[in-house]
Design a protein around this ligand. Sequence first.
Ligand code: 8YV
Length: 321
Amino acid sequence: MAGDRVQVLSLGDMADVERQLESGFEVHRATGVHIDEVLARHGTAIRGIATRGRDRLDAASLARLPGLEIIANFGVGYDSIDVEAAARRGVMVTNTPDVLNDEVADFAVALLLATVRRLPQADRFVRAGRWLQGNFPLGATLRDRTVGLIGMGRIGERIARRLAAFEVPIVYHARRARPEVPYRHYPELLTMAKDVDTLVAILPGGAPTRGLIDAAVLAALGPRGILINVARGSVVDERALVDALRSGTILAAGLDVFADEPRVPAGLLELDNVVLAPHVGSATHHTRGLMGSLVVENLRSWFEGRGPVTPVPETPWKRTA
Ligand code: 8YV
């Protein structure tokens, strides 16, 4: 009977996830509707949320969901959720780690090469018939570069492994050193930025990393500098980045993420030395399918009393039985 079913809220376009959930849950959708409206109508009945992180789930939204037990995030990054507020309320938060590591790492390398070798610009050059007037100008190379990864989590490690095959030196900045990885650790980002010419950002978003890549870091990176961001737009001071790209403070950037998606700053759209992608690091049928299944598994497992499959560290699962 539909009335007896656990009620879950789906936030965002996740047709596959919603289809799978419908067999066991009563699913409310927030697509095309403001979250406030859904909360006003169903807030008290909702016990689970599936989200892809576009709407912020802050303490105020959580307060309108008194029956909420679990938030299952479609994605590894869960910076759109106030996890501390969730933890205080005893609300479980899950994400989709590991299943996207290789996909995002592949994409990061693709974006790096596309940016260094100006692949989209070369494509535009051919399409515009400009080859008939002369050759595409010579450009930068990966050959003489040192890559500094910002973040050395599970995806960062996969990116580093792939880059090792390109025979470029690799170093990293992260809050904590990972003695088990064979790359030099820099406790200070600014120091690393001075020593490298290529930065690849693959670190969590949220308040602690907001604006980390700022004007000083970009100046330290220097005129040969290339910035690749496959993390979150919030980790970069976008205004400083536009200035740095425009003035030649750095050479180029490849960006898959932006602070206010899907809106991309006009200053970036105008520039030819930036490669732009619409947050597609994990966007393949294969990997999004695995991520969706993990979202569904977390919700099913929770409501069948088996606990979450992949809880985030801030809301660890303590089996009481
Ligand atoms: C998201 C991502 O899953 O995993 C993440 O943190 O950023 C992506 O893979 C995607 O944006 C879902 O909307």
